[in-house]
Design a protein around this ligand. Structure first.
Ligand code: NAP
Length: 269
């Protein structure tokens, strides 16, 4: 009776992970702040697929939240085989307009909580010689991104951290994948009234992102960039000098800035 634990399971990519894993017969632990959304999703998936689903509503941008998730799993005797660190939010603004409170919450959610959850669950995975960790990064991890400075830096951290521990864990039975999606049509944009299609970048579906991630996990890749065009953009970009990449990022950032309300957060809170 092993479980897949998914953070940020109430919408978007996390919700799609829940749907895919439930359809393949996995038991789930769903974590996010929106208790009602988690409850509705859990009821539907339990009903459709006959799997066991536990929900735990928790704000993961609080520094002690990972310990609370771990304690919940221990108290319910839930062995976690697969950990999907997916919860995240964006804040599209010039760095000097980003409130300190948002900076702190983003850094805790994207970095501290992700690292702590990984640290807390990896020991039992190693003991069982069976475990999988998916850390959701972004294509923005591969270079600095003007107007998304903190977001891109946290996603670079996720990629670097995941690649490092993957090497450490080789041969232990625990695999680690960094998932680096490009623009994906989810609530992260809808809740702020942003049309991701208004940018110059390709837009994918959360289903394709999740199916790509599950394939990459099975073939034990270190990271995956879902979508041919996204791969092409990132791999071509890696051949360019970093300062040229930043200038391109600046142009894209300004273009996006003219299309959206720059003060809006990508994800409703
Ligand atoms: N969509 C894209 O274009 C894109 C591209 C690259 C990477 N990503 C990454 O993919 C991941 C999922 O994003 P998404 O696009 O699926 O966005 P989404 O639809 O807005 O979903 C975000 C999820 O994270 C949860 N979350 C946000 N803040 C939280 C907090 N403080 N505590 C607990 N849970 C929290 C939300 O649940 P509650 O609101 O219920 O807490 C929600 O379930 C994020 O890490 C994002 O950075 C997205």
């Amino acid at each position: 009776m092993e479980y897949v634990l998914i953070t940020g399971a109430s919408s978007g990519i996390g919700k799609t992970f829940a749907e895919e894993y439930a359809a393949s017969g996995s038991n789930l632990v769903l974590v996010a702040r929106s208790h009602d959304k988690l409850g509705t999703l859990a009821a539907r998936l339990q009903n459709n697929h006959g799997v066991d689903i536990q929900i735990f509503s928790q704000d993961l941008s609080l520094p002690d939240s990972a310990e609370k998730v771990f304690a919940f799993c221990n108290s319910h005797q839930i062995p976690v085989r697969t950990l999907i660190n997916n919860a995240g939010f964006g804040y599209d603004s010039a760095f000097d307009s980003m409130p300190l409170e948002k900076i702190e919450r983003m850094i805790v959610l994207h970095m501290l909580t992700l690292v702590k959850l990984t640290r807390l669950f990896v020991s039992s995975m190693k003991e069982r010689k069976n475990g999988q960790i998916v850390n959701v990064s972004s294509i923005l991890a591969f270079a600095g991104v003007p107007y998304n400075a903190v977001y891109a830096a946290t996603k670079s951290f996720v990629l670097s951290f995941s690649e490092s521990i993957r090497e450490e864990l080789k041969g232990s039975g625990v695999s680690v994948l960094a998932l680096c999606p490009g623009l994906t049509e989810t609530d992260i944009y809808h809740s702020a009234g942003i049309d991701p299609h208004s940018t110059l970048l390709p837009v994918g579906s959360s289903k394709k992102v999740v199916q790509d991630a599950i394939r990459a996990l099975e073939s034990k890749k270190p990271y995956t960039i879902p979508g041919f065009l996204n791969k092409l953009i990132i791999h071509t970009g890696r051949l360019l000098p970093r300062n040229l990449l930043l200038k391109i990022g600046m142009v894209l950032g300004r273009r996006t800035k003219s299309k959206i309300n720059r003060a809006s957060e990508w994800q409703a809170e």
